[in-house]
Design a protein around this ligand. Sequence first.
Ligand SMILES: Cc1cc2nc3c(=O)[nH]c(=O)nc-3n(C[C@H](O)[C@H](O)[C@H](O)COP(=O)(O)O)c2cc1C
Length: 185
Amino acid sequence: MTPPLRLLLVVGSVRDGRRGPAVADWVRRRLAGRDGIELDVVDLLDLDLPASADGSGDTEAWRDRVAAADAFVVVTPEYNHGYPGPLKTAIDAVTDGWHGKTVAFVSYGGTAGGARAVEQLRPVFAELHAHTVREQVLLPHVWELLDADGVLDAPRAEGAVTAMLDQVVWWGTALRSARAVGAPV
Ligand SMILES: Cc1cc2nc3c(=O)[nH]c(=O)nc-3n(C[C@H](O)[C@H](O)[C@H](O)COP(=O)(O)O)c2cc1C
């Protein structure tokens, strides 16, 4: 039997009052109906990741979680046309763990829905020998998508999230087979 695809969902914002967990929970609910996926969720707020990446704090545990994953969905906001500094620290703390794997994005923010943050993340992951999937989920004016309980509903993004998840599963499965043949060159 084919082993489940190990998907790591990363919550990339850490600020007080952040909306990131609500966005990640919306993605998690969309993954719940899919067979063949073993989901891990990392909230960067829960990790102590020193910028030195010297192995102290939770750095080794974070590297292990990334190494164990076949594919990633990164949930990121847009701050001043970029992505959060703690997310860059977390990406840079890992090297080989990203190699030969696939990364998808769910972004949110104001008018552009985080598009500029994702455009900056793609070359970062390319440098780490990771493939980024084409389909991405953008959530403009994210604050309008949250109900009184902080639960996110985004009916206009359902098609995009389905397409993104289809692609990350396809690429994740294909690249897992490729890594079984040999390490990425
Ligand atoms: C410091 C800061 C800068 C922001 N800059 C942008 C921006 O350039 N473009 C945008 O669309 N939204 C921008 N926003 C809006 C955020 O994307 C939005 O508040 C989002 O919810 C932030 O993610 P978080 O709630 O998980 O922290 C900014 C918000 C903050 C706090």
